[in-house]
Ligand binder design. Structure first.
Ligand code: NAG
Length: 468
């Protein structure tokens, strides 16, 4: 009896664990980073995340959902062809940002007829490009217009979208489009921007952007994404942490299972202005911009890896996150240890899963950190215990080695034309004749290059990476 109960318990746990979402954002500006920083949908591993959100689209002057980059539609095709390889993958298009410094939502949400035009265009655009849903990056109009405030208009948009998605699914006998939102983590912004009890029910999931809590706009070092407050926090800064932010969302009526905790794959930097190097040390501005992301105050995980050479990682015990300092430069970031603690917190609080900003900021190809491809995301995926589709027989990695084994794919009969190696080849995995440490993944004729974990090589017979 006891044994049966244990078995049932394990089954139940597995079931709960596998319900976790891992929602990964990719950006359409990462394609412009130089060299090994360049990231396009060809770099997206179709088995890493349960959902991929393509950022960012906008709203044109006719209130229609519309692309931003010259090659967005080509990139949508490349991203959505990954669903031929992993049919369980869901993709969403994110809309938001600013146009001439203004949120493109403001004028669209103001009138019922412009909201209707947006909703019609969104359904047709998402269906045309084979997306599974829409993400609203509402960050964060908060005008007190007349007769409604922006936050009331946002509730109407969410309600009308959700109703229209339902009708579209019924009429066209298709799976209903998903609706999600990326939302603020600061308490005053949450209060100003959202009527939580009116939107939460209509959203499939809510990405709480639990990062950017501290950065080089402040005069003392602070961490990008701390789990808890620190003793150096004073005033409203005591709320600049994940726990405080998610508690606020819960207290306003958001169901825990719809809230996703934001995991950054980047850190925020400072330039130290005295000899002090700890948390709360005096700072005046950002460290040098990273050579790939080229943005002040911001380093990708793969840029941080290079910085860590020749210094020691420090741990902020109160906040459960690491930082490092070297040559007057300071960075607060996340690593596999802080991810582990955040996942445990997430599971204890029964949140719906994790979302990641962003795929293109992890060491996606394993070129920089010596930790295999996607050191942070692959670890996060294993912590969340997400069920994979049936795997091919694989070689057991060496104990303690960290490597991702490529999944096999069901070979379909398509012989789609396309540029490069995969032109005319059936979907599947292929050895790279020029480099044993990488392999090709073909999906819909599009060539994707994948890298084996450090030290392992691709083996044609199992279509997986093995230790030589
Ligand atoms: C986390 O937030 C809850 C709710 O606000 C609070 O009661 C708790 O003390 C917080 N935990 C820590 C370690 O700060």
């Amino acid at each position: 009896m006891a044994r049966l109960l244990v078995a049932l318990g394990v089954l139940l746990m597995l079931h709960i664990a596998s319900a976790s979402k891992l929602v990964c954002h990719m950006t359409n500006w990462a394609q412009y980073r130089p060299g090994g920083g360049k990231f396009t949908p060809a770099n997206v591993d179709p088995f890493l995340c349960t959902h991929v959100i393509y950022s960012l689209a906008t709203i044109n002057s006719f209130n229609q959902l519309s692309p931003i980059e010259w090659n967005d539609e080509q990139q949508y095709g490349s991203l959505n062809s990954l669903k031929n390889v992993n049919p369980a993958l869901k993709t969403l298009l994110s809309v938001g940002g600013t146009v001439n410094g203004m949120s493109p939502f403001i004028s669209m949400v103001a009138k019922p007829e412009s909201r209707a035009a947006f909703i019609r265009s969104a359904i047709s655009y998402l269906r045309t490009h084979n997306f599974d849903g829409l993400n609203l990056a509402w960050e964060y109009p908060g005008h007190n217009g007349s007769p409604q405030t922006d936050r009331e208009r946002f509730s109407l948009l969410v309600q009308e979208l959700s109703k229209a998605f339902e009708d579209d699914a019924k009429e066209n006998r298709m799976t209903q489009l998903l609706l999600s939102a990326s939302v603020a983590a600061f308490r005053p912004t949450i209060d100003k921007a959202y009527e939580v009890n009116k939107i939460a029910l209509h959203l499939d999931f809510i990405n709480v952007m639990t990062y950017d809590f501290h950065g080089s706009w402040e005069a003392a070092t602070g961490h990008n994404s701390p789990l808890f407050p620190s003793p150096v926090d004073s005033g409203s800064h005591i709320h600049h942490n994940i726990n405080s932010s998610l508690s606020h969302w819960l207290s306003l009526g958001a169901p825990a299972e719809k809230l996703l905790l934001g995991f950054p794959t980047y850190g925020r930097t400072f330039r130290l202005s005295t000899g002090a190097t700890g948390l709360g040390a005096p700072a005046n501005g950002p460290a040098d911009a990273g050579p790939y992301t080229r943005t002040d105050g911001f380093w990708s995980y793969y840029e941080i890896c290079s910085f860590l050479k020749g210094t020691t990682i420090q741990w902020i015990e109160d906040q459960k996150v690491p930082y490092a300092a070297k040559n007057n430069e300071w960075v607060g970031f996340d690593n596999r240890e802080s991810y582990e603690i955040k996942v445990r917190y997430m599971q204890e609080q029964k949140f719906g899963g994790a979302f990641v900003w962003a795929l293109d900021l992890d060491d996606f190809a394993g070129r920089f950190c010596g930790e295999g491809s996607h050191p942070l995301l692959a670890h996060l995926r294993s912590l969340l215990n997400i069920e994979l589709p049936p795997l091919p027989p694989t070689t057991t990695p060496r104990p303690g080695a960290s490597t991702t084994t490529p999944p096999t794919t069901t070979t379909t009969t398509t012989h789609a034309p396309g540029p490069g190696f995969c032109n005319g080849k059936p979907d599947g995995l292929y050895a790279n004749p020029d480099d044993k440490t990488s392999f090709y993944m073909c999906a819909g004729g599009i060539t994707h290059v994948r890298y084996c974990g450090t030290g392992s090589v691709f083996d044609e017979s199992c279509k997986c990476c093995v230790w030589p």
